[in-house]
Ligand binder design. Structure first.
Ligand code: DGY
Length: 436
């Protein structure tokens, strides 16, 4: 790790460090985000083990008593918040399950932490002195998985569902369009709010639409009116989706927790059982035999949400598909999704789709965290050429255009990096790519 870009990557992380945790970006995202922190901790594990541990420790301070790990933990600050929706809007302070003196949002995010801990354990130089940290984090991650299987998998299919597009991390992906468009907005009922993200000049034109935000706000309002009560929200939420990205990540974390349990000599049985159940659920309910990919499933309207997005391929990461299915997925990804030499891998929405927009947040651009997970997925099946293409493409995007939040897949576009710059997970995963 000696090149100049590695040094720049480290300084992006260091400049976003607040003293307690790392902001995803200097201005657009001023608090601590759940899956961002996982990727960030992994980046630190290459050069600053202490910050890597602090990052995850701080994140789990926000864990609720029922095991839920919030999507955002808000920075203690005075004055007007630069982010919407801030802690005041979420109104989680009355929730008994929430830890006192920590301000959080009221939804979760993809459970990357089990597999992040495993990869961190592989990165650190002194494996022995890392063991106490594995012992410390293990029960917290177990409680998170328990929460998902107890409250979000009521049919015991091994497919915990999400209640908000922000829980998927892929906020305005076309996957959610059908469900979100069904939500009718009554302007008189909707709380008034002001978007702060549009004040960011660099990100403004690529962000989700106002119609998207109305629906995001509608859902938060419903959740807060019901004081985040799991049973009530299970009945009331118009958004209940089983997402192959969220579930593929959970499934890989289960697998990594089994390996970590062996290292610290604790019982791995719950993770073995969860992994078996989830693998079965993915392959029976979410596999789409005609399109050779995994679909999301809408539990409210009882229908598949079949869209050609990156979410459909994340189960490769966890080894869920058989070798035969994985090969079929690869064919689909490289022939249609990744298209040809004119594009960088891997667009968040297939290149040949009518609704694709290469500049719009999760509706086409390339994201480095998705690339890293697809790279790992290809590697585990021995798809070396594909893995190398994803790795090299990701490194090239960053070295040419900087540590942006997301990138245009078209090689013909000269100003390629979009969203905010100095984006922490692009820096963290650059370090991971360079060192893997
Ligand atoms: C945002 O504010 O754009 C985030 O993605 C919500 O988690």
């Amino acid at each position: 790790m000696t090149n100049n870009y590695s040094e720049q990557a480290k300084s992006v992380l260091q400049s976003n460090w607040t003293g307690e945790f790392t902001k995803p970006a200097p201005h657009l995202y001023p608090h601590q985000w759940n899956w961002d922190s996982g990727f960030i901790a992994l980046g630190y594990s290459h050069f600053d083990e202490d910050s890597a541990k602090k990052e995850l420790r701080h994140l789990f301070k926000g864990q609720w008593a029922n095991g839920m790990l919030p999507q955002i933990q808000f920075k203690k600050e005075s004055g007007i918040s630069k982010y919407f929706p801030g802690a005041d809007f979420w109104q989680t302070s009355k929730v008994l399950d929430k830890p006192k003196n920590v301000r959080t949002s009221g939804i979760t995010m993809p459970p990357v932490h089990g597999f992040i801990l495993w990869h961190m354990a592989n990165n650190v130089t002194d494996k022995q002195s890392f063991l106490p940290f594995i012992r410390e984090m293990f029960p917290k991650i177990k409680r998170l998985h328990q929460y998902l299987y107890v409250y979000r998998d009521l049919e015991k299919e091994g497919l915990p569902y999400i209640r908000h597009p922000w829980s998927s991390g892929t906020d305005n992906s076309p996957v959610w369009d059908d469900v979100m468009n069904r939500i009718e907005i009554d302007r008189f009922e909707l709380p008034t709010y002001e978007r702060k993200d549009l004040q960011n000049k660099k990100a403004k034109s690529h962000r989700p639409t106002d119609a998207d935000y109305d629906r995001y706000v509608y859902l938060v309002d419903l959740f807060r009116k019901n004081n985040y009560n799991e049973e009530l929200l299970d009945q009331l939420s118009p958004f209940k989706v089983q997402d192959p990205l969220f579930i593929g990540i959970l499934n890989y974390s289960n697998e990594c927790m089994v390996k970590l349990a062996e290292i610290i000599d604790v019982d791995a049985t719950p993770f073995i059982n969860w992994r078996n159940l989830t693998t079965k659920g993915l392959n029976s309910k979410l596999w789409n035999e005609s399109n050779k990919r995994y679909d999301a499933y809408d539990l409210v309207n009882h229908q598949r949400l079949s869209n050609f997005t990156c979410n459909s391929f994340i189960p490769l990461l966890s080894g869920a598909p058989s070798v035969e299915r994985a090969q079929q997925m690869l064919q689909v990804m490289f022939n249609e999704h990744l298209n040809n030499q004119d594009h960088y891998p891997c667009p968040s929405f297939a290149l040949n789709q009518e609704k694709a927009n290469y500049e719009k947040y999760w509706r086409g651009p390339v994201w480095i965290n998705i690339n890293w997970m697809l790279y790992l997925g290809c590697k585990r099946y021995g798809f070396t050429e594909a893995a190398t293409a994803i790795r090299d493409g990701s490194i090239e995007l960053i070295e040419k255009f900087g540590f942006h939040e997301y990138f245009d897949p078209r090689k013909s576009i000269l100003k390629n990096g979009y969203g905010t710059d100095n984006f922490s997970w692009s820096a963290a995963l650059y370090l991971e790519f360079i060192n893997s």
